[in-house]
Design a protein around this ligand. Sequence first.
Ligand code: TRP
Ligand code: ZN
Length: 472
Amino acid sequence: MGSIRRTAVSLTVLLAVLACSPSNGSAAPTSARPAAGDAGAPGIGDADFPLDGNGGYDVAHYGLRLDYDPRKRHLNGAAAIQARATQRLSQFNLDLSGFDIGGVSVDDREATYSRSGDELTVIPAAPVAEGDRFTVKITYSGTPRPVKNAANLGTYGWIPTSDGAFVTCEPNGARTWFPANDHPADKARFDFEITVPRGLTALANGELAGKPETSGGKTTFTWRERHPMVTYLATATLGRFELRQGKTAAGLQNLVAVDPEFRSSLERVYTTTGAITDYWSTVFGAYPFSSTGGVVDNFPTGYALENQTKPMYGGFDPGESIIAHELAHQWFGNSLSIKRWRDLWLNEGFATYAEWLWSEHTGKGRAQETFDTAYARGADDPIWSYPPGRARPTDLFNESIYTRGAMTLHALRVAIGDPAFFRLLKEWNAQHRYEHVTTAQFIALAEKVSGKQLDNLFDTWLFQPRRPPASS
Ligand code: TRP
Ligand code: ZN
């Protein structure tokens, strides 16, 4: 990993190089396509989202240089993507939605490309050998368009606001602002260089990697996320913001930014974020990243997203419960990430259970009471017919994934007892820090830590389309 300065320089060089090279990409002839056997797959292998992510390579680092004009809603982008080929690649794909492409190079040699839907196919001048590291650079420009999805996913991605943009990308909206291997199965580190009109603030993941620099009426913010991150957690939210910066009681950097409309929330969100981050570090194990924080924007989505190091709250004053939820995701979802969307309860069930634990910790009601209330829902409540262990692509964020997912954890806690349960949460995090996890791995670890046979418990709670009997 180079320093931020090196990244900035290489991106500047990239822009200069691409500005001088003739654009031949858009006319890439089909006949230029080499044997299909060496082509990277257009999807990473998640059968529920067959074109999400791509095959044949692993991204190590995204260097993103963005210049956004909120008045024109225009984005100029330059991406430098460092990857390693997991097969010989005569061509490979990235996910990118919209934009005009200025140029594409692989290892600084001009490449051709073609586009079909959200698939950008890059054809390097010479195939990349299996195991080789390579860098693909892409310049692009245009008006980012958020995804407006019919499958119960709402609007997500790069969403323009009155003063900038609100950028929340779960599950596959990273492609609305940068070329990406857009699936959680491929994590990478990120550097951001974001230029906005003077007076605005750009907020990305990780920490500021230098003082913001202003010249010619524009300010450039450089951010670095030095820990692995999935693409849907990346953000470049920008607009008018007021900042509160400092350290948590345990000494972790904490940065909260609020739209001026939410000025009166700033101090409270900052303090609550610090206290909850520190508390979760005692329950789940060491905080996985280099800073904590949050962003409250005035864009009224009514939802929140656990963007790495900077959860985003859309148009409301977040209470303790939702802050506890989004910060728990820093462990469950962000440090430990799913390989397939069907395992989403490993994110949302755990973050929801964290809300119950926070309520218990602050004396506002024990997890058992929250469980009992949920269990008392009518037999025809939709959470009983939707087994949370297998999230459905057409209804990914169903309430069952959250509530019945959390109930699963509570049933587990009752079955194995508090000492084993809380040892399990820490062990789960320690074993898989920064990596990927599956439901089967969690069940196996729960059995190992508790010494109990738990197949029946997990089967009834996660996989059966009915309300589990009271004893399980
Ligand atoms: N993961 C979010 C949460 O539970 C919910 C969510 C799903 C979301 N998709 C989103 C939020 C898209 C913002 C944008 O906290
Ligand atoms: Zn969540």
